[in-house]
Write a protein that binds this ligand. Sequence first.
Ligand SMILES: O=C([O-])CC(=O)C(=O)O
Ligand SMILES: [Mg+2]
Length: 229
Amino acid sequence: MTENKVGFRIFQHVNRADHELVEAFRGISSCCISDQTSRMYCMSQELHPLTDLPLLGTAITVNTAEGDNLMIHKAIDMAQPGDVIVVNAHGCKTRSVVGEMMVRHAAARGVTGFIVDGMTRDPEGIRQAGIPVFSLGSIILGSHRNGPGEINVPISCGGTVVMPGDIVIGDTEGIVVLRPDDAADIVSAARKKHEQELDKRKKYKSGAVSASNRDWIDRTLTEKNVPVL
Ligand SMILES: O=C([O-])CC(=O)C(=O)O
Ligand SMILES: [Mg+2]
């Protein structure tokens, strides 16, 4: 029998979404992507963006003990360019688990963002570090470095399941998580919606009163027998 290491172990292999598929989402707003998932694959808005940079990449997942970042440090060293480090820190608000130096080190290794369901610190330094970071907030207290924790297991982050290799897309609106197998079905519809919105924006700016078809409103009200008194 092998020694039981459940809760304190590292999986190295990640089935990352194809680079081209990931890149196909670049520039599309997270809202337009979310709308193509029946609005079912978003993280909680409690995860705040510390920067206004867009986030895009494949997930490396970390399940870490409250207030401990040993496994996050290890994940930074294991990450490949294009990875986003997604951390379940169990919503712990009494201690940070990621700070500026970690973010800068990760960015230098090609990591494209962090999502931390827990606290970060050094908010100003993180804003200057050049990659997007989302967290529950900032706190001065630093992290322990003892474990336990796990790398590259399915995790919960922002109330959503994240699997290693998933596509994560974020901006100031929020964060969407996509299984690679679902992503191809979503991308063209999401881009179409995004482009329609850009077009409508132009029309509204130029003074067009009705840039979109409004028929559905009265149709729905009629279907529901809503009296207009
Ligand atoms: O050292 C840590 O654990 C967190 C931190 O403050 C940094 O990375 O700058
Ligand atoms: Mg620091």
